[in-house]
Design a binder for this molecule. Structure first.
Ligand SMILES: Cc1cc2nc3c(=O)[nH]c(=O)nc-3n(C[C@H](O)[C@H](O)[C@H](O)COP(=O)(O)OP(=O)(O)OC[C@H]3O[C@@H](n4cnc5c(N)ncnc54)[C@H](O)[C@@H]3O)c2cc1C
Length: 354
């Protein structure tokens, strides 16, 4: 249930293992948070996250390039994986960041003065120390989703769109299917991957997944290719350069329920951020402004696993700000649990009843 990146990556793992998969999507697949996101393949300020998030992120980071190449080859659509590096300006937590990088074997350099402009000439001057993570990559979400959908269809995954799941059907502690806006679907296994909306379907107060919508707004600039090379960020905001010169600037973090509208206040604030980060953006046109609803969860730890009381019911949701980078590992763990395979992840960290 849910045709976002998490539903699609889960379907991919299950289809590759020989399962017959149908994706039920309320609207059109790949149009919600997964479309709206930035595609940075790393948590922002990664040392601030718990190990449960880092473990999934690192697994995906090691495999994303190969995944993107394989999807490109099979679908003809290039998801534009590229290792742009992540430059974090004005970060005071150098000791924590350096210790984290050593622990996880990740390259992280502390830069100061002219070394910052040398690393990324497009940033303005007068920054304090910066942290540079050269291995951080990015992907272009809409292209990733299009490539993945193409490959899923080749694998025989059925996309049922404009089908809203209204209720789960279970009897005697075993799932039998779902009730939808288009009638009943029978299934021996059901996976809830409905992003910010996942909570609505689990109405047992004992096992509610604590997932809530968190709005993020983005601005898209159309610059010349090469204007900015690295992903740069400061104060929680970032600018991401795409290959063709588009630059995404984001994002806001707003607790406003299921309201996906954009606001002038956010556009103004993001413009200001953009011009502070990359002064040349003052003369570049904004071509688009949008919002998406992240599936927010405590500490950003997703819920991946079996329902404790209903056999055959699984969840894969709550990836908050990091669903793109966490997605491949989450899908692998979900498939391991659903298929009864040994897993290299500690599933207790992500369990519904954790
Ligand atoms: C502005 C912004 C920037 C981001 N930047 C990054 C980033 O740089 N890196 C990163 O890793 N992550 C980023 N994220 C987070 C990432 O996009 C999300 O964590 C991820 O996309 C969640 O995927 P999902 O499939 O769970 O949710 P979604 O993509 O929202 O998909 C859920 C799907 O379920 C469907 N659905 C809901 N209810 C039902 C129902 N009852 N029946 C049928 N279908 C249903 C919805 O229509 C939707 O298509 C960002 C998010 C935003 C909003």
């Amino acid at each position: 249930m849910g045709g976002g990146l998490i539903g699609m990556l889960s379907a991919h793992e299950l289809a590759l293992a020989g399962m017959q998969v149908t994706l039920l999507e309320r609207g059109r697949a790949g149009q919600e948070s997964s479309w709206a996101g930035g595609g940075i393949l790393s948590p922002l300020y990664p040392w601030r996250y718990p190990d449960a998030v880092t473990e999934l992120a690192q697994w995906g980071q090691a495999r994303y390039r190969a995944l993107a190449e394989s999807l490109h080859e099979q679908s003809g659509i290039d998801p534009e994986w590229q290792q742009s590096g992540l430059l974090m300006l004005d970060v005071a937590e150098q000791a924590e960041a350096t210790a984290w990088a050593e622990r996880y074997g990740t390259t992280l350099e502390v830069l100061a003065g002219s070394a910052i402009q040398h690393c990324e000439p497009a940033v303005g001057g007068h920054h304090g120390a910066a942290l540079w993570m050269p291995e951080v990559a990015q992907i272009r979400n809409p292209r990733l989703l299009a490539a993945l959908r193409n490959v899923l269809e080749q694998l025989g995954v059925v996309f049922e769109e404009q089908v809203e799941v209204l209720a789960l059907q279970h009897q005697g502690g075993r799932i039998s299917g779902v009730e939808t806006s288009q009638g009943r679907y029978r299934a021996g296994r059901v996976v809830i991957a409905s992003g910010a909306w996942s909570r609505k379907l689990l109405d047992d107060p004992r096992y509610l997944v604590a997932v809530e919508p968190v709005r993020g707004q983005m601005l898209l600039y159309k610059g010349a290719p090469g204007l900015l090379k690295a992903i740069v960020m400061s104060g929680g905001h970032y600018a991401i350069p795409r290959r063709d010169g588009h630059i995404l600037v984001g994002s806001t973090l707003e607790y406003v329920g299921f309201d996906k509208s954009t606001t002038q206040a956010a556009a103004d604030a993001l413009r200001q951020v953009a011009e502070q980060l990359v002064p040349a953006l003052a003369d570049v046109e904004v071509v688009r402004h949008w919002a998406g609803l992240r599936p927010g969860s405590a500490a950003g730890i997703p819920y991946i696993g079996k329902h404790p009381e209903i056999d055959g019911l699984y969840v894969n949701t709550g990836h908050f700000r990091n669903g793109v980078v966490l997605g491949p590992a989450s899908a692998r763990l979900l498939a391991d649990l659903l298929l009864g395979r040994a897993s290299e992840f500690d599933s207790s960290l992500y369990a519904i009843e954790r």
